[in-house]
Design a binder for this molecule. Structure first.
Ligand SMILES: C[S@@+](CC[C@H](N)C(=O)[O-])C[C@H]1O[C@@H](n2cnc3c(N)ncnc32)[C@H](O)[C@@H]1O
Length: 317
């Protein structure tokens, strides 16, 4: 009896009813039938082509994220070939691989996608997977922090070289703690055209609030300062609100959206931004007002690009 290839097993396993069960009847960019080899390589399908229960969440999450950024990617593809995308804190690189796979098999557009992470093990695995899947012409992985990557770009001696290798889009899916802000700072420095970040643990503001004495700091928000539970929740919302204002003040149209239902992950907020080039003074004013009411802001406000910093200084003068 001839052995079935993995793709054939997936064809047999993924009946329309089974596909509907995992996609909820929606059209997913990566269907478990056509994308079976990729999903298997990422560990999102078992050897018999079924999907492990704990992989379903990741599968749904990354499909939703790619669907939300698809219109932006399509616009970038009309302007740039190849489109250069940087995935900050790529980890197991699910999103990075899905993007590469879509460029090659769904969108038929040219791209160079860079995945960076501080962990050597995940970078080594991702490099090997890219070769195994024949995606190494699109994908490059490197063990480096977002800060060091940004510094290396800044240190490039020739502005022309820097411009020619500019990252058109910066993405970060649940990059830990400050890595989301490092990704935003990098996008500001690169004048990247688009940004998509799903923040993870927004600790900076929470740490500053913990140190603020409610006795000495009185504001309408004082009640939030004193309760650890309210502090944690409100800090994550305020942090993202500040990020949106700083993006707007740096020339981006920025908004937030839920990228997966909250029963999948509570970390389901996606900040989407496209660069329009108008530094919005009103957004920076709003940011400063919020910072003053909250008693603390984000260090990201010191890492805007020089034009936005000038506007900020002008307001504060
Ligand atoms: C929660 S994981 C998310 C991984 C992946 N984006 C995903 O959604 O599956 C966060 C990743 O960010 C990486 N990371 C944290 N701080 C970083 C930094 N400053 N520079 C680069 N990577 C960082 C961690 O090593 C980890 O792999």
């Amino acid at each position: 009896m001839t052995q079935l290839s993995f793709a054939q097993k997936a064809e047999q396993h993924w009946t329309p009813e089974r596909v509907r069960k995992v996609t909820g009847g929606k059209k997913f960019l990566i269907d478990p039938r056509q994308g079976s080899t990729l999903l298997r390589a990422l560990g999102l399908l078992n050897a018999d082509a079924s999907m492990p229960a704990d992989a379903l969440r990741k599968y749904v999450q990354i499909n939703h994220m790619v669907a939300l950024i698809e219109p932006t990617v399509q616009q970038l593809s009309e302007r740039f070939s190849p489109v250069r995308i940087l995935d900050c804190g790529c980890g197991n690189s699910y999103l990075t691989f899905l993007l590469a796979w879509c460029f090659k098999n769904v969108w038929n557009k040219k791209a160079l996608i860079y995945g960076i992470d501080t962990r050597a093990d995940v970078i080594g695995k991702s490099q090997q997977r890219a070769v195994d899947l024949g995606l190494d012409d699109i994908l490059q992985f490197e063990k480096i922090s977002v800060q060091d990557f940004a510094q290396r770009r800044t240190d490039l001696p020739s502005p022309d070289e820097r411009k020619a290798s500019r990252m058109h889009m910066v993405v970060a899916l649940h990059a830990c703690d400050m890595a989301t802000d490092d990704a935003l700072a990098l996008a500001f420095a690169e004048k990247s055209d688009a940004v998509a970040v799903a923040p993870c643990c927004q600790a900076e503001l929470a740490n500053k609030w913990r140190k603020l004495s409610a006795e000495h700091f009185k504001s309408a928000f004082s009640v939030l300062l004193n309760s650890p539970e309210l502090r944690r929740d409100s800090c994550s919302t305020f942090t993202d609100a500040m990020r949106v204002l700083l993006l707007r003040g740096s020339g981006y149209e920025a908004s937030t959206t839920e990228f997966v239902p909250s029963n999948h992950t509570p970390k389901n907020r996606l900040i989407l931004a496209s660069r329009r080039g108008n530094y919005l003074e009103s957004a920076l004013r709003e940011y400063l007002e919020l910072k003053s009411s909250l008693g603390a802001g984000l260090t990201l406000d010191e890492r805007l690009n020089s034009d936005a910093i000038e506007v900020l200084k002008k307001i504060q003068a």
